[in-house]
Write a protein that binds this ligand. Structure first.
Ligand SMILES: [Zn+2]
Length: 473
C-alpha cells in the first residue's frame, strides 16, 4: 500500500512495457469499453470486465483514487437489429440486457465503475464532436446523407493497430460499425436514417439519424474523463477498428493525445476452441451458475490467467478453481483457530517475502500467474506451520488480515464466517463420534462420519483435535 512508483504496463500503443505515470498524482482515470446490450454478456465479455476489475482493485490496493467509466452501448447496428428481429422497441431490448448485465456484475463480485453512461443519453455530446470534426475538415457528408471520417486527413491513422495505409482506396467508405483491418476506409460518424433503423433515430443539427458506434466512446470518455486520460481498456478485437477510430476522432477534434496507456486483454477460448453458439460452447454467466458452479470459482478461473494470454476456459479448470478456493478458505479458518506457539520471527519473514513477491508481480503488468504462485507457496508453508501447531494466535491474526487484504484484490474469499453453527442433531452425532473414537470403536466412528457427511457436515481429525465444517451446496 506504500508505493505507487513501480507499476508498469504493456502499452498496445508502443508495444512495450512502460512505467505507469498518471496525469495527476495518486489518481487514475480509465475508460473501459462496456457491453453492447443486444444479448446477455458471454464469458468472453466478462473476461475483459474481470481483467479491468483486477486492474482497478490493484490501483486501489496501491492507494490510487480510481475513476472508471464503462459505457453501455444501447444503440448501434446490433441492438437495432435485435429489436427489429424480436419486434420490440430498442429500449425494451436494451433495458432487459442492462439489468442482466448488472446482475452478472454482482454475481461475479465486480466492483462498480464510477460511471456507466448510456449512448442514448449522450447524443448531444456526439453531435457536438461530429460538428467539430466537420468544421476541421476531418469529416464530410456522403451522398447517402451520412457523415464520414476522412482517414486520409489524420496522419496518425493506424498507429494503434500498426497498419500501413499505402494501398487505401481514396474515398472508399464503410457504414457498418464492425469491419476488418483489410477494409480500413472512411467510417461513419453519423448514420443518416434508413429503413433498417425503423423508429430509432434522432432529429439533430446533423439531420435525422443516429451515431456510429465509435463516436459514442470518444464522446462519452471525454465527457467524463477529459480530453486526455490515463488508461483505455478493451479486448484485443477492439484494437481495430474501434479504438483506432476513437483515437482518430478524439485527437483530430482536440489536437491532444487522447490516451496515454492502452491495455488489451486476449481472447477467451472454451475447451480450446473459439466460443461460438453453433459449436455449443457458448456460455453466459447465468448458464454457468444455473449448472451449479460457484460464482467465486468462475471469477477465480477467469482472473487466474494473465490478461495478455489466451484464457482456455474448461470445466475441469472450473473444478480446480473450486478446490483452490476451498484451500484458501480452509487456511483462513485454520488461522482463526490457531493457538500455537513459537516461530513468530520465521513466520514474519515468510509473510514479508510473500507480500513483496505478490506486489512485485502485480506491479509488473498485473502478472497474476506469478502472484498466485507466490500465494500458493505461502499457503503451503503456513499450513505446515499450522500442522505443527507453531502459529500463535497473534501471528495467525496478522497473516489472516494480510490474506484478506490481498483478497480485496482477488475478490474470491470474502467474509469467512467466524464460526458456523451445527444443528442439534449434528452436534449430537459429533459428540457420539467423539465417544466412539475415545473407545477406539473406529467402525462406529466411521459410520457416524458418513452420517454427518450425508448431512453436509465434514469431520476431520487433526493434530489439534476434531474439526468440522459445513459443506455448502
Ligand atoms: Zn468502446
Amino acid at each position: 500500500m506504500k508505493t505507487q512508483e513501480n507499476i508498469q504496463f504493456f502499452n498496445t500503443l508502443t508495444r512495450q512495457k512502460e512505467k505507469f505515470v498518471p496525469l495527476e498524482k495518486g489518481t487514475v482515470r480509465m475508460y473501459t469499453c462496456g457491453l453492447t446490450v443486444y444479448d446477455f454478456g458471454h464469458i468472453g465479455n466478462f473476461r475483459a470486465f474481470l481483467f479491468e476489475d483486477l486492474l482497478r482493485r490493484w490501483f486501489e490496493y496501491r492507494g490510487y483514487k480510481v475513476t472508471q467509466v464503462m459505457n453501455i452501448t444501447d444503440v448501434d447496428d446490433r441492438t437495432i437489429k435485435a429489436s427489429r428481429n424480436q419486434g420490440v422497441t430498442l429500449e425494451d431490448i436494451t433495458n432487459r440486457y442492462i439489468k442482466a448485465f448488472f446482475d452478472d456484475v454482482e454475481t461475479l463480485n465486480i466492483e462498480k465503475a464510477e460511471y456507466y453512461p448510456k449512448a442514448t443519453e449522450h447524443i448531444p455530446e456526439m453531435v457536438a464532436l461530429i460538428k467539430k470534426l466537420v468544421d476541421k475538415s476531418y469529416a464530410y457528408r456522403g451522398e447517402d446523407g451520412s457523415i464520414y471520417y476522412d482517414i486520409s486527413k489524420f496522419k496518425d491513422y493506424g498507429k494503434l493497430a500498426k497498419m500501413k495505409l499505402g494501398e487505401l482506396k481514396a474515398g472508399a467508405r464503410v457504414k457498418v460499425d464492425e469491419y476488418a483491418k483489410e477494409e480500413a476506409q472512411d467510417f461513419a460518424l453519423w448514420k443518416a436514417w434508413d429503413e433498417g433503423d425503423g423508429d430509432v433515430y434522432w432529429q439533430t443539427e446533423l439531420g435525422k439519424g443516429r451515431p456510429g458506434w465509435h463516436i459514442e466512446c470518444s464522446a462519452m470518455s471525454m465527457r467524463y474523463l477529459g480530453e486526455t486520460f490515463d488508461i483505455h481498456c478493451g479486448g484485443v478485437d477492439n484494437i481495430f477498428p474501434h479504438h483506432e477510430n476513437e483515437i482518430a476522432q478524439s485527437e483530430a477534434a482536440t489536437g491532444k493525445k487522447f490516451v496515454n496507456y492502452w491495455l488489451h486483454n486476449e481472447h477467451l477460448l472454451v475447451e480450446g476452441k473459439k466460443m461460438a453458439k453453433r459449436l455449443g460452447n457458448y456460455f453466459t454467466v447465468k448458464d454457468l451458475t444455473a449448472k451449479g458452479y460457484d460464482p467465486r470459482a468462475i471469477r477465480y478461473l477467469m482472473l487466474s490467467t494473465h490478461y495478455r494470454q489466451q484464457l482456455n476456459f474448461t470445466f475441469e479448470g472450473l473444478e480446480a478453481a473450486k478446490n483452490t478456493l476451498e484451500r484458501l478458505t480452509n487456511l483462513a479458518r485454520r488461522l482463526q483457530d490457531a493457538n500455537g506457539s513459537g516461530d513468530d520471527e520465521d513466520l514474519r519473514l515468510l509473510a514479508d517475502r510473500f507480500q513483496s513477491s505478490f506486489e512485485e508481480a502485480m506491479d509488473d503488468d498485473l502478472n497474476i500467474n506469478i502472484a498466485l504462485a507466490a500465494l500458493f507457496d505461502f499457503i503451503r508453508d503456513i499450513n505446515n506451520y499450522l500442522d505443527k501447531n507453531r502459529v500463535s494466535s497473534q501471528e495467525a491474526k496478522r497473516i489472516y488480515d494480510m490474506i484478506l487484504r490481498f483478497d480485496l484484490v482477488l475478490g474470491v474469499i470474502g467474509e469467512v464466517k467466524e464460526q458456523q453453527k451445527l444443528s442439534k442433531e449434528a452436534e449430537e452425532l459429533v459428540r457420539k463420534r467423539e465417544e466412539a473414537r475415545q473407545a477406539k470403536d473406529w467402525k462406529e466412528a466411521d459410520k457416524l462420519r458418513e452420517q454427518l457427511k450425508a448431512m453436509g457436515v465434514i469431520v476431520e481429525d487433526t493434530a489439534q483435535g476434531v474439526k468440522w465444517r459445513i459443506e455448502k451446496h
